[in-house]
Ligand binder design. Structure first.
Ligand code: PRX
Length: 572
């Protein structure tokens, strides 16, 4: 896939020369940007919001521009400081302490951001959940984290199995609370109205926890990836070099904060850089999206390949209706960015779409395309300054250029996860010979550009969302008609992959379209829409190893008509 590089255009970029910066780099210089470098007082929410709110030239600047169907709101840095202080006071009143897990299960809204920042100011640990999660998914995450408090809406509360969550003591309701009786319910608006606008931020250690993001692996329940305040160093730096954020920018990250992109780059990177942040609620539609750019004069736009592909297939009619000339820099994350999409971007926006690679576990961008750098379509780019990336074999030995292997990062970058919640052995298993091994396969070319090749495990990436096959299989077999289940990702031109399930039927059940739809709905209602299999195929048997592990690789080879490879461990 070696196409002609797309040359960088000249411009006054924050990162002027990639090689020079990379070779002559020191994280200590970045740390000098933070107030704690002088005061010793650390808190990421203080750096993101209060620091600007306390600066007379910045306090009235718009921090958050929120829009959703039927609602529009603008908050300055000073507004956000006051609102998050109020919420921190509410947490204080209800006995939330440093390190307590406070989860958020609600749509993107100004209340989400006030609460989220308030949690951090109170030195508690925030756990954002996708609004689309259904009961099982919500339960597993709240149970594992032993969350003490949940912030949600009255509508979503029916998906919270309160009786099965002994640690969950308090529920803050955002919205109309009539009919909710009981000491556990707290009325968000009422408490906010009564709370003081000043709060003494709780100072923490750089290594203290701030965020728990649940993400999927190929085995077991989702795991809690634990991030600490220190991550701000890299959020800030990548905001500067990769997003190329400058004072006058209007920035829009399309990701939901239930996903790490929506926190690291939907909260921290823009606000640490003091930039106006656009948040759009509601569903995706090409018109709404283009309108968001046009109406807010968005200059820097961070989105995902699935979204770009959907915009691409919507054709030129919607795009031609809007003036998108404010855009100066476009970026992508989450799945491989097809060269075709980059070429489409050149045509309709006259801009390159810059791919970035990272993961929930890495906390921030690691391998990127920079505005100052020539871009090779199909490549994820080169490591950020201060980070060493390589391709290693299974023992952690580095491989020469063009050889495929494990994409690995030298342990110890600032935003690296510090724990897998309550699972130290799982955490250790990511590191081999001093390298963090990502689970992605890739190769590096002679010029140090990295090229993504695929996942090495069975994790499915559907529309940029990571789905663990085990979680879906577990839900499937709860359906009375399903005996066994094996779940794989099947390549799909728009979504990257779709979820395909192979199942066996329990005796007495007959295959029918209604039954398959019922099974699909069962997963959708129990887990989440994005985890529901788009295709279900009935088999007599699900292939397993002699030790009882589902051989998803074999299912995949069958599906794709590929050679089945080594099947020596297959049970007869
Ligand atoms: O397989 C890689 C894919 O997404 C995985 C990480 O998913 P998640 O933790 O949900 O975080 C996504 C956003 C940070 C990776 O292991 N991935 C992410 N970015 C890219 C990518 N695959 C190809 N190209 C990318 N730029």
């Amino acid at each position: 896939m070696n196409m002609k590089p797309i040359e960088a255009r000249s411009g006054n970029y924050n990162l002027k020369n990639y090689e020079e910066t990379y070779n002559d780099f020191n994280w200590e210089d970045v740390k000098k940007q933070f107030s704690w470098n002088e005061t010793g007082k650390v808190n990421i929410a203080y750096e993101a919001i209060d620091r600007h709110a306390d600066d007379p030239s910045m306090k009235d600047k718009v921090a958050l521009h929120y829009s959703a169907p039927g609602r529009e709101e603008t908050l300055t840095f000073e507004d956000l400081k006051k609102k998050s202080n109020q919420f921190a006071n509410v947490l204080d009143k209800y006995g939330i302490n440093k390190g307590d897990r406070v989860f958020l299960f609600m749509p993107r809204s100004p209340e989400f951001y006030m609460s989220f920042l308030g949690i951090l100011k109170k030195a508690a640990i925030a756990g954002p959940l996708f609004e689309a999660f259904m009961e099982q998914a919500v339960h597993d995450r709240l149970e594992d984290s032993e969350a003490k408090m949940l912030i949600t809406t009255p509508d979503l509360l029916e998906r919270v199995p309160q009786d099965k969550l002994p640690h969950l003591k308090q529920i803050v309701l955002v919205g109309d609370t009539t009919g909710f009786e009981g000491d556990q319910y707290i009325d968000f608006q009422k408490e906010m109205n009564e709370a003081s606008e000043s709060f003494d931020v709780e100072w923490v250690d750089l290594e203290d926890g701030m965020l728990l993001h649940y993400t999927s692996g190929s085995t077991g329940k989702p795991k809690g990836v634990y991030h600490v305040h220190n991550a701000m160093i890299q959020h800030y730096a990548t905001g500067k070099w990769v997003l190329d954020l400058k004072e006058d920018d209007v920035y829009w990250c399309t990701a939901d904060p239930g996903w790490v992109t929506g926190t690291s780059y939907g909260v921290f990177a823009p606000w640490l850089n003091g930039v106006t942040n656009v948040i759009r609620g509601g569903r995706f539609s090409p018109d709404d999206w283009y309108e968001t750019i046009a109406k807010n004069n968005v200059t820097v736009w961070y989105s995902a390949p699935t979204a770009f592909r959907m915009l691409m297939s919507a054709g030129s009619e919607p795009v031609n209706k809007y003036d998108l000339s404010s855009l100066r820099h476009i970026l992508s994350v989450g799945e491989p960015l097809n060269p075709e999409v980059i070429h489409w971007g050149m045509e309709v926006f006259d801009k390159r779409i810059h791919d970035t690679w990272w993961m929930t576990e890495t906390g921030a961008m690691l391998i990127c395309n920079y505005p100052c750098m020539d871009m090779k379509p199909g490549s994820m780019g080169r490591p950020i300054p201060g980070v060493e990336a390589s391709i290693v074999d299974n023992e952690g030995n580095e491989l020469p250029p063009r050889q495929m292997g494990n994409l690995a990062i030298k342990k110890g970058w600032p935003s690296m996860m510090r724990q897998i919640w309550k699972r130290p052995e799982k955490y250790e298993s990511y590191f081999i010979n001093g390298w963090y091994v990502s689970g992605d396969s890739a190769y590096m070319d002679e010029e140090g550009y990295f090229w993504f090749q695929g996942r090495l495990d069975d994790v499915i990436n559907t529309s940029g969302e990571r789905v663990g096959p085990f979680e879906v299989e577990s839900k499937l077999i709860e359906h009375p008609a399903v005996g066994e289940a094996g779940v794989i990702g099947k390549p799909d031109p728009e979504r990257g992959e779709i979820i395909k399930a192979f199942i066996t039927l329990v005796d007495g059940y007959e295959e029918s379209d209604e039954l398959l739809e019922d099974i699909r709905q069962f997963v959708k209602k129990g887990l989440s829409a994005h985890a529901a299999p788009r295709e279900i195929e009935i088999k007599d048997k699900i292939p397993k190893t002699r030790s009882g592990k589902i051989m998803r690789r074999l299912l995949k080879s069958w599906e794709l008509g590929l050679p089945t490879g080594d099947t020596s461990t297959l049970e007869e």
